[in-house]
Design a protein around this ligand. Structure first.
Ligand SMILES: *Cc1c(COP(=O)(O)O)cnc(C)c1O
Length: 319
């Protein structure tokens, strides 16, 4: 039985409604400790290492028009991250797929942002040895979210290049999708201060790396390039490379310098949260003529068209 702890005497500090409203969560369904719960009830302990040390990995897949997009690739990446972090969960790939499916089906969302995650957890004795912690798997489905809003998708995003360096791969393997976001969040604040919509962070060599939850591509003379090292290998990035191969467009993962990006014919970013999104301004200067490029538009159309291809998507059966 839970017991309330007596509050100290004296007036409680006042909290704004924004900090008190427990319903200020997106509408959705979470899976936690064997149960499906409304988002507002899905809570973790403050002692969880996922929270205290960012000791966690996750993956995000989306559902569009009632179908998961490339779920197998997301599951593969998630299980790869678990293995590299020496975490274990009591489900195999099919078990996780079923839980994600149930979260979406119960939420009723036909366009959803679906996250699976595992934290190091906590040790019953508060041990500092990570091997003593009991890893915790969780998942949730909330309404689909995008890095870019409708207006930004139409006219292109404004990017600012951050002067912070992305955590180097020698410190943290970037192929493990993780919550080490302080460099990215810092980049966002710097970008907002400079009137941009979002940020790009450079790698330890001064080349372009990635942004808060997205990869980047540039197009020059009909050839595409995207940073090869120091980035999370995004599934949307991979999908762009796959689409280019099918369309006979040359696309390579290589070093992308800031100059190459700023003198590109077209620039776009890629994320499960929004798909392929055009960029038309970098550090206050238009990319080429400042309009969304033709190859970007073509890839955006192909990308969304493939969301009902049975080879790349799987159907959600709603109750
Ligand atoms: C998730 C993520 C991306 C984009 O990956 P997708 O699989 O396309 O969603 C890029 N960079 C970082 C740091 C990410 O966390």
């Amino acid at each position: 039985m839970s017991q309330a702890v007596a509050a100290p005497a004296g007036p409680l500090p006042t909290l704004s409604d924004r900090h008190l409203d427990p319903h200020a969560y997106p509408d959705g369904v979470a899976f936690l400790d064997g149960q499906y719960l409304p988002m507002s009830q899905a809570k973790v302990s403050v002692l969880d290492w996922g929270f205290l040390h960012s000791d966690a990995t996750y993956d995000t897949v989306h559902v569009w028009d009632g179908r998961f997009f490339r779920l197998d690739l997301h599951l593969h990446r998630f299980f790869g991250g678990l293995e590299k972090l020496r975490m274990t969960i009591p489900f195999d790939r099919d078990g996780v797929a079923e839980i994600l499916h149930n979260c979406v089906a119960l939420s009723g969302h036909r366009a959803a942002y679906v996250e699976m995650l595992c934290t190091r957890g906590a040790s019953p004795t508060f041990s500092r040895d990570p091997r003593q912690a009991i890893n915790r798997f969780m998942a949730f489905a909330v309404p689909f979210g995008s890095v870019a809003n409708a207006e930004q998708l139409r006219t292109g995003l404004k990017l600012a290049i951050s002067d912070k360096v992305r955590i180097p791969p020698a410190s943290i393997d970037p192929s493990i999708k993780n919550y080490h976001w302080l460099d990215l969040v810092r980049g966002l604040y710097d970008a907002y201060d400079r009137g941009a919509d979002t940020a790009l962070i450079l790698d330890f060599n001064g080349n372009v790396a990635e942004g808060p939850g997205f990869n980047v591509f540039c197009v020059k003379d009909r050839e595409l390039s995207t940073p090869a090292v120091g980035v999370l290998p995004g599934i949307t990035r991979r999908t762009v490379l796959d689409l280019c191969a099918e369309e006979g467009l040359s696309a390579v993962a290589t070093d992308v310098s800031v100059v190459a990006l700023k003198t590109a014919d077209e620039v776009f970013i890629t994320s499960t949260a929004g798909g392929i999104m055009p960029v038309t301004t970098i550090d206050g200067t238009p990319v080429a003529d400042g309009k969304v490029g033709a190859i970007t538009e073509r890839l955006m159309a192909l990308y969304w068209k493939r969301h009902d291809d049975p080879a790349w998507s799987s159907i959600v059966s709603y109750p």
